[in-house]
Design a protein around this ligand. Structure first.
Ligand code: SF4
Length: 344
């Protein structure tokens, strides 16, 4: 998939080559008796200075995709069963351990939803932010401290000189997430994956953290993969969106176009759950039913048991993700009907 012209225009660096490219990636989780197909044959690319959101309910495969990119799939059990993850043309799946350690430390970073579980409670935040700098950049103690304080100021942690020596529990949730961002940015990564970075935070702090990430992206031109179930966060911050359902990408395109005119019934359902100013006290609609068991998915289209448009064809035949307009793809047998129905 090539970036749409619209999304390329938004990039600050002209680049025809993707920073990262998932090609037909499939992931499985093996347990004693079952194999759950967490991600099925997905392809996606991200360019420098671009934000691509992966949107979907929990269990859709979005976090598993992030873990696979970072080489953090749970072991034993998590398996890349097919495809490639190309970072600047190199397949991350085939790297040696030494190449992998170097690349992950220097070029790719991730921040998670719950900063407290990612931070070590018995080490000061200054020590934790500085760890990578000490190990990888061979900085002295004094140089490390100076750089850590700069990073803490960059992510707008007030009184950085004193807070450097404090422990994670002495920080609020929003400040802990800023520490995680400083930690992720310590090596100036080319790609940052933010996995539900604001889900645990209140709305005001959410907006501050997203603004901070966007400011940092503008400075560093890094690619950002934003993983979220929150349509508001995605609408405000992404350039392009890949909607995932049951381990499949079911729709992709420019964020504005998808939100204005979805081309897949699952995306239509997600959009209907957004509160609007014209709601007048009406209940928000939700998508009926639950996501399928990935160890025993339905036949045909995985969304058919919940889809308001499902037909016999949907129950029998799996739809393929196809281009329906330049820069737009949908995996629905009736994508054009959905696209052209203005009542959604
Ligand atoms: Fe719904 Fe059928 Fe489209 Fe699947 S293929 S989303 S069941 S209409």
């Amino acid at each position: 998939m090539k970036a749409t012209e619209a999304s390329k225009d938004k990039n600050k660096l002209p680049s025809d080559e993707p920073l990262i490219e998932l090609r037909n990636l499939s992931l499985e989780f093996h347990s004693r008796k079952k194999v759950a197909k967490a991600v099925n044959d997905i392809s996606l690319d991200v360019y420098r200075a671009e934000t691509v959101a992966i949107l979907g309910e929990s269990g859709s495969g979005k976090s598993a995709t992030a873990l696979a990119i970072m080489g953090l799939l749970p072991k034993p059990g998590g398996v890349i069963s097919g495809g490639e993850i190309l970072f600047e043309g190199k397949d991350l799946v085939k790297l040696s351990e030494a190449e992998r350690r170097k690349l992950y430390g220097e070029s790719l970073s991730i921040i998670f939803q719950d900063p407290l579980s990612a931070l070590n409670p018995v080490l000061t935040v200054g020590y934790q932010i500085g760890e990578a700098l000490r190990k990888r950049k061979n900085l002295s103690k004094k140089e490390t401290e100076k750089r850590v304080i700069e990073l803490m100021k960059l992510v707008r942690i007030p009184d950085a000189e004193n807070r450097y020596k404090q422990y994670p529990y002495q920080f609020s949730g929003g400040m802990q997430q800023r520490v995680m961002i400083a930690l992720a940015l310590a090596m100036d990564p080319k790609l940052l994956i933010a996995d539900e970075p604001t889900t645990a935070l209140d709305v005001t702090v959410q907006a501050q953290i997203m603004r901070l990430l966007k400011d940092l992206q503008n400075r560093n031109h890094m690619g950002l993969i934003l993983i979220s179930h929150d349509l508001g966060v995605v609408a405000e911050n992404a350039d392009r969106v890949a909607v995932m359902y049951a381990g499949h990408i079911v729709e992709t395109g420019d964020v504005e176009t998808i939100f204005r005119n979805p081309a897949h019934p699952y995306t239509v359902g997600l959009m209907a759950s957004i509160p609007s100013s014209t709601q007048n006290g009406e209940r928000l609609k939700s998508i009926e039913g639950l996501p399928p068991n990935l160890a025993d998915p339905p036949t045909g289209c995985a969304f058919h048991p919940r889809c308001f448009m499902a037909t016999e064809l949907c129950r029998q035949k799996e739809p393929v993700l196809l281009e329906i307009l330049p820069g737009r793809k949908s995996a629905c047998h009736f994508a054009e009907d959905v696209l052209n129905d203005k009542s959604f």
